[in-house]
Ligand binder design. Structure first.
Ligand SMILES: Cc1cc2nc3c(=O)[nH]c(=O)nc-3n(C[C@H](O)[C@H](O)[C@H](O)COP(=O)(O)OP(=O)(O)OC[C@H]3O[C@@H](n4cnc5c(N)ncnc54)[C@H](O)[C@@H]3O)c2cc1C
Length: 351
């Protein structure tokens, strides 16, 4: 059987970085192939379903070019009906995360990007053409690769947290907060940064009360976010406290949590709650690389050249949150996605 010709460019990942890279690469005639991730329970639980982290949020108010406004007509004309069916009806208040991501995907597809809905489980970057191993089996060869696999939510690692995942424990308020299980009930959010405050204020819309539990004596969140939490009458902040155990039973799920003081460990408090939301940061999705690219101590891909998206392997580029633990925004991910496609194009042209 003849060996298939290697792909010119494979992009792994389907957030703003991946789609922006794909749009630039497709317009440059590189015929990119995007692996957008698989639709599996494992990916749902870790927040890595296709379309990336932004698909887990509601309104996106800070992506340039999308002011507050009703996009219904635009969405109907820009997206095929089959893709719109998968989204909630447009609320008329500016773009939502899933809408923005569908639009980015469609823009890349319009220029000829091919998309495979599967995970890349393993790579071999030891020689060219590079080899990529999808979860459905087989091998894909590529002359050039852009890694844009983003990051996933962190968990505390408590056995009780694991036990009650999907039965009251979640790492995504926007995905799960409106479920009947949580409505008009007291809830806990664990964390003290911007995303914890965002989750707490979001949940306060549905919950009877939100306990924000933070292990330090003040919030790490930006001033504007912290003052939002302090001003919200439904949010009670528990400083110097950690989540020690999630309590409940198998038929009803979570019923309470045990908090432990971080300053006086013998002090514990029990709060009656129906849900626990973890908002304690993210881990870059780099495990599948199995050490074949240089990573930072926090496992983010290292950009090896100043203001370029090159990695430690020539011909492999990285874009978005997988290489950026500092900005972590959709627009900065899209920006480095653009840069990675331009870097790949120039590298393919000149080696
Ligand atoms: C709840 C929430 C709200 C946010 N709100 C905003 C906001 O309002 N404005 C803003 O600018 N930013 C926001 N952000 C941050 C923003 O979503 C991220 O900075 C951005 O999505 C990062 O984009 P990315 O392309 O690097 O990767 P991601 O969005 O993380 O997407 C990467 C995707 O690649 C796929 N993938 C991963 N591994 C593999 C693999 N091995 N094979 C194939 N595919 C794979 C998965 O589908 C994964 O989800 C928010 C984040 C969260 C979690």
């Amino acid at each position: 059987m003849p060996t298939p010709t290697p792909e010119t460019l494979v992009i792994i990942g389907s957030g703003p970085a991946g789609w922006s890279a794909a749009t630039y690469a497709a317009r440059a005639q590189l015929k990119p192939l995007v692996y957008e991730g698989a639709i599996t329970e494992k990916n749902r639980m870790s927040g890595t379903l296709p379309l990336g982290q932004l698909a887990l949020t509601s309104e996106v108010e800070n992506y340039a070019g999308y002011p507050h406004g009703n996009l219904t007509g635009f969405l109907e004309s820009a997206l095929p009906a089959s893709r719109r069916e998968m989204m909630a009806p447009h609320a008329g208040e500016g773009v939502t995360g899933p809408e923005l991501m569908e639009l980015m995907r469609q823009q890349a597809v319009n220029f000829g990007t091919r998309v495979v809905t599967d995970d890349i489980l393993k790579v071999d970057f030891s020689k060219r053409p590079f080899k990529l191993y999808p979860s459905e089996g087989g091998v894909v060869e590529a002359q050039c690769v852009i890694v844009a696999t983003g990051a996933s939510a962190n968990w505390l690692g408590l056995p009780s947290e694991e036990h009650f995942k999907n039965r009251g424990v979640s790492a995504c308020a926007v995905c799960d907060g409106a479920l009947p299980r949580f409505r008009n009930k007291p809830l806990v959010v664990v964390g003290g940064g911007d995303s914890a405050v965002e989750e707490a204020t979001y949940l306060a819309k549905f919950a009877s009360k939100v306990h924000l539990v933070h292990r330090r004596e003040s919030l790490r969140a930006s001033k504007i976010m912290a003052s939002r939490a302090h001003a919200d009458p439904k949010i009670q902040i528990h400083f110097n406290s950690g989540l020690a155990e999630v309590l409940g039973d198998d038929s009803h799920g979570v019923s309470s949590v045990r908090l432990q003081s971080t300053t006086t460990p013998s002090q514990t408090t029990t709060l009656d709650v129906a849900g626990v939301f973890l908002a304690i940061g993210h881990t870059p999705n780099t495990e599948f690389l199995d050490g074949q690219l240089s990573l930072t101590p926090k496992k983010y891909i290292v950009w090896t050249q100043h203001f370029r998206t090159n990695t430690s392997v020539e011909g492999v580029f990285a874009a978005g949150d997988v290489a950026d633990d500092y900005y972590r925004q959709a627009i900065s991910a899209a920006g480095t996605g653009c840069m990675s496609a331009l870097d790949a194009e120039r590298w393919l042209a000149h080696g």
